[in-house]
Write a protein that binds this ligand. Sequence first.
Ligand SMILES: C[S@@+](CC[C@H](N)C(=O)[O-])C[C@H]1O[C@@H](n2cnc3c(N)ncnc32)[C@H](O)[C@@H]1O
Length: 514
Amino acid sequence: MTAAGYVTDVTYVPGFYPQMSPVAMRYVAALNGVMPPRMAEGFRFLELGCGLGRCLTTLAAAHPRGEFVGVDLNPEHTAAVARDIAAGELGNARVITSDFGHVPADLGTFDFLALHGVYSWVAPSVREEILALARERLAPGGLLLVSYNAMPGWAHLQPIRGMLRQYAALRQGDSAQRVRDAVAYLVFMREKQAKYFEDNPRAAAYIDALLQQDPRYLVHEYMNEHWTSFYFAEVAGAFGQEGLSFVGSLPVFTNFWDLCVRPEFQELFRTTTNRLVTEAHKDFCANTAFRWDIYSKSPRLMRDPGERLREVDDLHYLVARPGVTLPYQANLGVVTSTVQGPLYQSLLGILGGRSRRLSEIVAAEELRGTPPVDIVRAVDAGVAMGLFDITAAAIGEVPTDLADAVSIAHPFNRAVLESDALGGRALALASVLSGTGHSVGDLDAAILHELTARGRAGLAARVAKRLEASGRTIQQNGQPVNDEAKRGQLVEEACQAFIATSLPELARLGIVTA
Ligand SMILES: C[S@@+](CC[C@H](N)C(=O)[O-])C[C@H]1O[C@@H](n2cnc3c(N)ncnc32)[C@H](O)[C@@H]1O
C-alpha cells in the first residue's frame, strides 16, 4: 500500500456533503435527460477516499436498501468508520483499508461511485488508478460523482499553497503544527505588505479564511505533495477516455447557464451547444473555484420529457422552507434570480404541505391547462433556486401535536448524537424519507440528545450544565457571553426555538419519532 505523497500523520475532519446523496445524483441525471440507476430493488454505492466516513455512514443509514462500500488508505480513518458502522448497526456498510491500486478483485461493480476531496489532491499515478476504477467498477448506466478544485477560481491561490508548503517544510512537528506555523508566516507577510498581497487583494483577504479553518482541514487541503486545480475540459477528457460522459453538475443551479452567467454574457450559450465550450465559459464568467461533476458510463438518454415522468417518478418534491412567499429571490453567486407568477404560486400550494411525485404535480387540478413540459421546467428551476427539495420518499405534513416524549428512531443517529453533540461543529442526522443527511448545529444536537434521553422537564438547565462541563462558549453578536444568568436565558431561548421549529421538521423527516 502506498500513500504516493498523500499525508497520513494527521487525520481529516468529519463532514457530510449532501451532494454525495444518490438522490441528488439521480436528480441531476434526470434533469439532463439521462436515465439514472434505479434504487427501489437495491443498489451498490462505492466511495473512494471516504476519510472519516460521515458521508458513507449517513447515506447507509438513510438507504437501508443500498449497499455502501468505502475505501481509504489511512487505517486511522477506516478504524473510525468501522466504529461508526458498528455503533450505528449499519449492516449495509463496510470499509476497506486499501489504496486505490489494490482494492479487492472481487469487489464487483457499483451503480454509484463517488469521490469528494480526492481527485485534486493525489498524485497523477493515483488519478490513473481512480480512472481505472471508474472504468472497471462503474456498472453500465451507473453514475460517478467527482469533486475537484477548479480553474480559474483557484488561480490566485496557487502561490499561497506553494508558500504554505515551502514554509511548512522548514518547520518541526507533525503536519498540523507545521501548517499552523506556515499560516502564521503568511499573516506576517501580509502584515509587512509583501508585494504579492498588495497586488492580489483577494489572496490577502483569503488569509482570514485560513485562520478560521481547522488545522486538520488545512493539512489535507495544502500539505499533500500533489495538488492540482483542473479546468473542466481536463477532467472531462480524462473520464471521457475511460468511456464516461459528462452528465451535469451540482449544486443544481449550475445546470442552468442563465442562473450562472449574467445576461450580457449569455449570447454564446444561446448559440453553442458544445458542453466543453459552454462549461469553460461558464467557469470563467462565474470564476468557479470548485466543481462537483457527474459522469455516466454508457448513459441511456431519455427520448422525451414524458419518459422522465414515466421512468424516474420515484423522486418526490416539496417546498424547501416553510413560509416562503413570492416573489422569491435567490442569490446564486454572480446572478440574483427571482421566482414569481401564478405557476409558482400554484406549485407553492401543491408542494407546501406534503411532497408529491412529478406525475402527481403534473396531474394536479390547480395546474389544469398548463403544458406538462412547462410545469416540469418550473419545478426544476425552483429546485435550482432552492425553493423546492427533492426527497427519496413521500414526506407528510409538519406535525403540530408532537408528544412530550420523543425518541431518535435510527441507532446511527443515536450514536452520532451521543458522540458528537457539543463537538464544536454541525453534525448530520440520516433520514430514510429524504434519503440524505440533515445538518444540526452542535448546540441543537445537545438539546435533542437531552430531550430524547431525559424528556422536557428541566431541559434548559441540563443543557446549560453540559455546556459548562464541555467548556463550549455561548456567543451573542459574535462575543462570548460570560454572565451566568444571561447564558442561562440564551440556552432557554435556544431550547424553545428548537422545540418550536427544528423538532417538528426532524419529526417530519422521520429522524425523531413520537
Ligand atoms: C481530503 S480527504 C476527503 C475525505 C472525505 N471524502 C471527505 O470529504 O470528508 C481525502 C481522503 O483520501 C484518502 N486517500 C488519499 N490517497 C489515497 C489513495 N491513494 N488510496 C486510498 N485513499 C486515499 C485520504 O486518506 C483521505 O482520507
